[in-house]
Design a protein around this ligand. Structure first.
Ligand code: AKG
Ligand code: FE2
Length: 359
């Protein structure tokens, strides 16, 4: 296995924090986004970190049997809240190339990274994407549509480092297959045909967000990624280095999600709001956030997969009353085209999005 270069933050990101250069880069981008009306507010909640180091609540019997999904410690709270996925079948070389490309991209000087900067009103490209809070979101990110292939905006796919495009292409294809396998097993666990859920995912959009959270000597003054639930259906998170920072909220408290071993190939997988609705709440999305480290940069590559059924975000008909063993719908159906609007307006009212869909 090739080893990763040590994540470097010194070359491109200031070591003092908050530094004026970095702050001005972030705030400029932020102002632009505000004008576009995308600035959202969300609460950060308490920051209790004591006690637990283990939060995983994965429970997916088929994967557990085949030793693919570990950590099934509390099925009562809902399934598969945040699972660490090992033995997932993605070629280790594919994972390592993705990690290296991510780290190398962020190590480039700002000018090189700006070659793929966000343009105009677009959401793809390099920049400071998240500005949801009064605290400064302390991250630089690249967001790209990865699937379907015809939706890609190749102008915004970095050519530096040279392996970046191939690495993302291969990784994205591998994650698509893995997610189909995962949701097929989730469906089977829920007693419906795997194809019912797989069909909701097939051919739908996938995007990637790669993030670097530079170190900050005053980590309490900033937030890496504001508390949120993922808005699409399923998320796969790859840690490109071993820096901790991810936390998940359970029962009003924040618990750290320990990063997988740095040289390894494990992925952290979590359920987004759409899969929560599709499964009528059987698989649950969980609020999470990223805290900034005082000493080390954290670098991650996240893949978000979309899903819908017949153009709707709605509980799978196969799970509902009328179907054998079916239950009452807990969420109302929303057209996929309306979904993001509903989600943003719920956030603007500081309400949980899923509460707004509850029947
Ligand atoms: O970078 C991370 O650790 C998590 C990022 C995340 O939650 C997101 O992009 O939605
Ligand atoms: Fe997230």
């Amino acid at each position: 296995m090739r080893s990763l270069p040590a994540p470097s933050s010194a070359k491109t990101t200031p070591t003092s924090c908050p530094s004026s250069t970095w702050r001005s880069f972030l705030t400029q981008t932020r102002r632009r986004r505000r004008r576009r009306g995308l600035a959202l507010r969300a609460e950060t909640g308490d920051s209790s970190r004591s006690g637990y180091t283990y939060i995983y609540n994965g429970y997916l019997s088929r994967f557990r049997e085949s030793d693919v999904l570990l950590n099934s410690n509390n099925p009562d709270e809902g399934f598969f809240v945040f699972g660490q996925l090992t033995n997932h079948g993605i070629d280790e070389a594919v994972i390592q190339r993705m990690k290296e490309s991510t780290v190398q991209f962020f190590d480039l000087p700002l000018d090189s990274k700006n070659a793929v900067a966000v343009r105009g009103d677009g959401f793809e490209g390099y920049g400071h994407h998240y500005s949801r809070l009064s605290k400064l979101d302390w991250a630089e990110s690249v967001i790209l549509i990865t699937q379907p292939v015809q939706d890609r905006n190749m102008e915004l796919w970095p050519t530096n480092p040279p392996m970046f495009r191939d690495a993302l292409e291969e990784y994205s294809a591998a994650v698509t297959k893995l997610m189909a396998k995962l949701v097929g097993s989730m469906a089977a666990d829920l007693g419906v045909a795997p194809a019912a859920l797989q069909g909701a995912f097939a051919g739908k959009r996938q995007s990637a967000a790669i993030h670097r959270y530079p170190p900050c000597r005053r980590p309490e003054a900033v937030i890496g990624n504001t508390a949120h639930t993922d808005g699409l259906a399923l998320t796969a998170l790859l840690h490109a280095d071993g820096t901790p920072g991810l936390q998940v909220r359970r029962g009003g408290r924040w618990f750290p999600v320990p990063p997988p071993l740095p040289g390894g190939a494990a992925l952290v997988v979590n359920v987004g709001d759409i899969l929560h609705v599709l499964t009528n709440g059987a698989y649950r999305s969980a609020e999470h956030r990223v805290m900034v480290n005082a000493e080390r940069a954290r670098t991650t590559a996240v893949v978000f997969q979309d899903a819908s059924v017949g153009g709707m975000v709605a509980p799978l008909p196969e799970l509902l009353a009328g179907a054998e063993g079916g239950e009452v719908a807990r969420y109302r159906a929303v057209p996929r085209s309306e979904y993001l609007k509903v989600r943003f307006s719920a956030l603007a009212q500081r309400k949980g999005f899923l509460d707004g869909l509850k029947l």
